[in-house]
Design a protein around this ligand. Structure first.
Ligand SMILES: [Zn+2]
Length: 188
């Protein structure tokens, strides 16, 4: 069980400005805020325990069979003050982890003024909007923090399948992350 301890050297410049609004219920979070919350609740961050992090944010999580093209959704039940993430139970567990992280991104960044997000394939059709691109980047940073990603890639000799296994994400997610970080070689 490895825990990531944040140091100034290890923390990535996430690019997400701290966006806070006045109501505490509508506080928005950046990636580092979520890592801080994880540490406070002793939640494993390598690989990130997305289920426990979802619970720590007070969000309900349902794993149910959905249409194949739907990855998941984030909703605030009308009249209730509860947010719910649904994830497609028919998808691979690693894909489900990315879906949950992506919905956590919508919750953290985009929920003010909107109560319903439905997501289809994340990578296949490209990023359909700046909001979706931002949610994908947030999810990637959450599941594969830069410093951990770089050291895992080094330790695992850049073997893409091993890196995917280490972070419990898809090979495709690893490729996208490596590309974003400008890493090349050894199949990356
Ligand atoms: Zn989305």
């Amino acid at each position: 069980m490895a825990f990531i301890r944040r140091s100034s050297a290890a923390s990535e410049k996430s690019g997400f400005a701290q966006k806070y609004v006045t109501s505490p219920d509508m506080r928005l979070y950046n990636v580092q805020d979520l890592f801080e919350l994880a540490r406070k609740h002793d939640i494993n961050t390598a690989p990130l325990d997305v289920h426990s992090l979802t619970a720590a944010l007070g969000i309900d999580l349902l794993c149910v069979p959905m249409d194949d093209e739907v990855s998941g959704e984030l909703k605030c039940e009308e009249g209730a003050d509860r947010w719910l993430i649904k994830v497609n139970a028919l998808h691979h567990p690693n894909r489900q982890r990315f879906t949950i992280a992506h919905e956590l991104a919508h919750f953290s960044l985009h929920r003010v003024g909107r109560s319903d997000f439905v997501d289809q394939n994340f990578f296949r059709n490209g990023d359909s909007s700046p909001m979706e691109a931002e949610a994908n980047r947030f999810a990637s940073e959450l599941l594969m923090p830069e410093s951990e990603f770089r050291s895992a890639a080094k330790k695992l000799s850049g073997k893409i399948e091993s890196i995917a296994q280490y972070f419990e994400v898809s090979v495709l997610a690893v490729r996208v992350r490596a590309k974003t970080l400008g890493m090349k070689g050894h199949g990356l």
